[in-house]
Design a protein around this ligand. Structure first.
Ligand code: NAP
Length: 282
């Protein structure tokens, strides 16, 4: 199949975001403020530990502070909430990221809700989500914001287009649907109970895959010329889209890896810097 698709290079977009942060971090430093992201990891899931390490390393490379909190698997909801409250109170911490998923014995929603809105740099609280839906959020969830940033970088207009989002999780499918709607797209949000998914995807000008199933979106589901944004990240560095099969049909596509992933991390850094700018002087 001919490959005419524009490669949406997440590494390039991430670099351009990080470049804009350097001066801002320096300006904060001149005021004695070092932006700082606290990451909270509960348990010993190896993928979660890797994600947290990557985020901490990305902070350090840019001169952003990182505070790493690791709690044991048997942590209770109350203990986790108490840890988050301490981070809320700590003036040296500007952003808090609780790594999802936490062990099943913890009420993850209650823990997310404990994050103060000023430090909710990944848009995980209900207030953060509501503000995103209203188009008023300082810090929408990082992966949805990364998808919008890629579109903006490559001047892909959402207005008037039909966007089909596959997935409705609170940190990805739902907020990205709301953000595309705010950009004047017509949005269809699909999920595991959706009937006739391939036919719905065939109507899409923009496809966002946020399913958590490797190579789920098939090439023959795409309308020729569709833009494909693959948020998926599955074991073996595989996305939620059958990339090879979609290359010949799409007009533009994000690869996995080096697509949405690096932009998500750059967005997290950006939100942390913005939180420090906004609240650092309090
Ligand atoms: P999630 O919470 O498991 O949600 C998956 C969504 O997909 C759910 O809404 C589910 O529907 C839907 N779904 C599952 N099977 C389906 C099917 N057969 N047909 C249609 N819809 C189906 O996952 P998530 O946290 O949103 O993550 C989604 C993907 O993004 C994963 O690959 C994850 O690794 C990746 N991710 C990447 C980044 C990044 O930085 N790049 C960040 C976060 C997540 P129901 O609601 O009906 O169950």
């Amino acid at each position: 199949m001919p490959n005419n698709a524009l490669l949406l290079d997440g590494t390039k977009v991430a670099e351009s975001i990080k470049e804009t942060l350097k001066e801002r971090i320096q300006a904060l430093g001149e005021k004695g403020i070092v932006p700082c992201l606290a990451t909270v990891l509960v348990g010993s899931d190896p993928s979660s530990a890797t994600y947290v390490r990557m985020k901490g390393n990305a902070c350090r490379r840019l001169g952003i502070g990182s505070r790493r909190v690791v709690l044991p698997e048997n942590t209770t909801t109350e203990e986790l909430v108490e840890t988050i409250r301490e981070l809320n109170e700590d003036p040296a911490v500007h952003g808090i990221l609780l790594q999802h998923p936490v062990p099943a014995s913890i009420d993850e929603r209650e823990a997310f809700e404990a994050i103060s809105i000023e430090k909710d740099v990944d848009g995980v609280t209900t207030l953060g989500y509501a503000r995103t839906a209203f188009g008023l959020a300082d810090f929408p969830s990082c992966t949805p914001a990364a998808i919008l940033a890629i579109m903006k970088h490559y001047r892909i207009e959402a207005e008037g287009k039909h966007a089909v989002v596959i997935g409705r999780s609170p940190i990805l499918g739902k907020p990205v649907s709301a953000m595309l709607l705010n950009e004047n797209a017509t949005v269809t949000t699909c999920h595991s109970r959706t009937r006739g998914l391939p036919d719905l995807v065939r109507l899409a000008d923009i496809v966002v895959a946020a399913v958590g199933r490797p190579r789920f979106v098939q090439g023959d589901w795409l309308k020729p010329g569709a833009v494909v944004l693959d948020a998926g990240y599955n074991p073996g560095n595989v996305g939620d889209v059958d990339y090879e099969a979609c290359l010949g049909k799409a007009s533009a596509i994000t690869p996995v890896p080096a697509g949405v992933g690096p932009v998500t991390i750059a967005t997290l850094l950006k939100h942390t810097v913005e939180a420090a700018e906004k609240y650092g002087n309090r």
